[in-house]
Design a protein around this ligand. Structure first.
Ligand code: SAM
Length: 231
């Protein structure tokens, strides 16, 4: 670790601890934050994953949710009327700035954006009914550490919803020079890591293909949603 940033946003103290490799990844997302929502494919995938989460779990407006790696909040926006409150976490300062601006403009009161790296900061234990994450888990090398954190912040019988890439050949992050994460996930390997960390898989679906231009041709990368329960 090389340092910590503490700031106040929306009247809340926000903090992140920076490690060297994460700093490179954060820069990648900081640079893309302003234009993130301009990509209709990112909006569409958030809509599809939100619909699938709604179809997979019985949600109620008494529930508290946590989105990990929220970016500009595209997925939480699709789920916003279904929860009592949503805490949105990201370690990219620019992503959180864009999200704060959207929340301010739209007067949303039950969103709580937090600028932290969850690997190095704790949240309250047994606090959330649902944790969900879209395209962010593959950025986390230490899966055991982040899954332990998800487990500790969830209430008993809470749900974890992971939407991410099916295992791919590494070409997905070709233009992301500082990428140091996973090339997607194999279903049974991920299921086993989840089981070792106290989660039982309830369902797994391929929800859509992310299309990307790679070496002048279009390549498809399937995106899955795995829904698990805290045991
Ligand atoms: C591919 S983006 C996905 C953003 C958003 N979920 C979406 O689908 O539009 C991955 C996000 O995870 C965030 N992220 C990566 N590592 C993180 C960490 N250790 N703690 C918090 N956020 C992290 C990045 O800053 C980035 O916003």
């Amino acid at each position: 670790m090389v340092g910590a940033i503490c700031k106040k946003q929306n009247g809340r103290r926000q903090e992140r601890i920076i490690s060297k490799p994460l700093k490179k990844d954060m820069q990648h997302f900081d640079e893309r934050a302003q234009n993130w929502d301009d990509d209709p494919k990112k909006v569409k995938r958030a809509i599809i994953i939100a619909d699938q989460i709604k179809a997979s779990i019985k949600l109620s407006t008494s529930m508290k949710a946590l989105e990990f790696g929220c970016g500009t909040g595209l997925l939480s926006y699709q789920l916003k009327d279904l929860f009592k409150s949503i805490t949105l976490i990201d370690n990219s300062e620019e992503m959180i700035n864009v999200l704060n601006e959207k929340i301010k403009n739209e007067g949303i009161e039950h969103f709580d954006p937090v600028l932290i790296d969850l690997l190095y900061n704790d949240l309250a234990q047994n606090d959330f009914d649902v944790v969900y994450t879209l395209m962010s888990l593959h950025h986390i090398l230490d899966l055991n550490k982040i899954l332990k954190t998800f487990h500790s912040v969830l209430k008993s019988d809470g749900f974890l919803c992971i939407a991410d890439l099916v295992q791919e050949d590494g070409s997905f992050h070709d233009e992301h020079l500082n990428f140091e994460g996973h090339n997607g996930f194999d279903k049974s390997e991920l299921r086993s890591i989840l089981s070792n960390n106290g989660f039982k898989m309830l369902s797994y679906q391929i929800c859509l293909d992310i299309e990307k231009e790679v070496n002048d041709s279009i390549k498809n990368y399937p995106l899955f949603l795995m829904v698990c329960k805290k045991e």
